[in-house]
Design a protein around this ligand. Structure first.
Ligand SMILES: O=C(O)CCC(=O)C(=O)O
Ligand SMILES: [Fe+2]
Length: 326
């Protein structure tokens, strides 16, 4: 992807390993940003500082992010290893947990995200917070949300929403102690060739419906849509294998074939602290393997942020021009 770029990192497939000097500089910038007034992630003043500081990220990292945003490659994901974490409190266990304070890891996440576009939250999800905690929640084990710990079905993030994220960024603060939890990623670019022309045509027709979760108060769209759309040879995906319903039997068969094709190309990422995975939500689906939470303060803990490459497109759904999409 970036073979000719002035990288001072090791590039391996769709991953970059930051060199020590790059790590130190990213940590320094994240610490600087963490101290910027008012120290709160969702505040316009802090976000303006984050946008500025993001432009000062080391060339190696900015180059990788810029190239990824132009073309996320066959894998549809970029993994960055070696970002700062620092000392952590116990993993939160509350439902709807979010990070509002500009901690060092949350600042580093926003710095990387800002190099791709604008960070956005959704009013109907975790109170619109820009950085959310992905943690297992007691009593939610079986839920098909990121609070659960059963297998999380492959999905386009917020597939029901006309302004679903372009990118979903997941930043690991703490991995589960058994190392069982894996982020599963399946690229439609790798799967599409496994489908017949007839299946592709059916998938592109408005023969599917995806209902929003109740918390969105009917904001998404319940109109019929294609599970894939756009260029025949390189389509976008819009499907959630838990929430999307095929509207007739042959659409159901095409959706089953799509699922099988995606399963044939899936990659599983086992995070270490300081790893960031950025999923291109247009061309890749993601899910998570089952794991066993302990609720002992040492459970798996990710920060998550959503990115729009062109925030202007969602302006009508962002009250006051802010960062929260309704
Ligand atoms: O837990 C994970 O690895 C991913 C969960 C997920 O799909 C999300 O937070 O959007
Ligand atoms: Fe997700």
């Amino acid at each position: 992807m970036t073979e000719n770029s002035p990288l001072t990192t090791t590039l391996e497939k769709d991953s970059i390993y930051l060199d020590l000097d790059v790590r130190r500089e990213v940590k320094r910038l994240a610490e600087l940003l963490a101290e910027s007034a008012p120290g709160l992630l969702d505040e316009p003043r802090w976000l303006a500082a984050a946008r500025d500081v993001s432009c000062a990220l080391p060339t190696a990292l900015r180059t990788a992010l810029r190239n990824f945003s132009a073309d996320s490659g066959q894998a549809g994901v970029l993994q960055i290893h070696g970002l700062p974490v620092g000392p952590l409190p116990p993993t939160p266990t509350r439902q709807e947990s979010v990070e509002r304070r500009a901690t060092v890891p949350a600042s580093a996440l926003v710095l990387c995200a800002m190099a791709l576009g604008e960070v956005v939250g959704f009013e109907g999800e975790k109170s619109g917070a820009l950085v959310q905690n992905v943690v297992p929640v007691p009593g939610e084990e079986r839920s098909q949300s990121n609070a659960g710990s059963v297998n999380l079905e492959m999905h386009t993030e917020n597939a029901f929403h006309p302004h679903r994220p372009d990118f979903v960024a997941l930043y690991c603060l703490r991995q589960d102690s058994d190392g069982e939890a894996g982020l599963r990623i399946a690229s439609l670019r790798r799967a599409i060739g496994l489908l017949s022309a007839e299946q592709r045509e059916t998938l592109a027709e408005p023969r599917f419906r995806t209902d929003p979760p109740p918390s969105f108060n009917g904001s998404g769209s319940t109109v019929a849509h294609g599970a894939i759309s756009g260029a025949y040879e390189d389509p976008d995906a819009q499907v959630d294998f838990h929430a999307t319903t095929p509207l007739d039997a042959s659409a159901g068969r095409a959706m089953a074939a799509l699922r099988e094709a995606l399963e044939a190309v899936v990659d599983t990422v086992y995070f270490a602290p300081g790893d960031l995975a950025i999923v291109d939500n247009r061309v890749a689906l993601h899910g998570r393997t089952p794991f066993t939470p302990r609720y002992d303060g040492q459970d798996r803990w990710l920060h998550r942020a959503f990115i729009h490459t062109d925030a202007r497109r969602s302006r009508a759904r962002r009250n006051g021009g802010g960062h929260v999409v309704s």
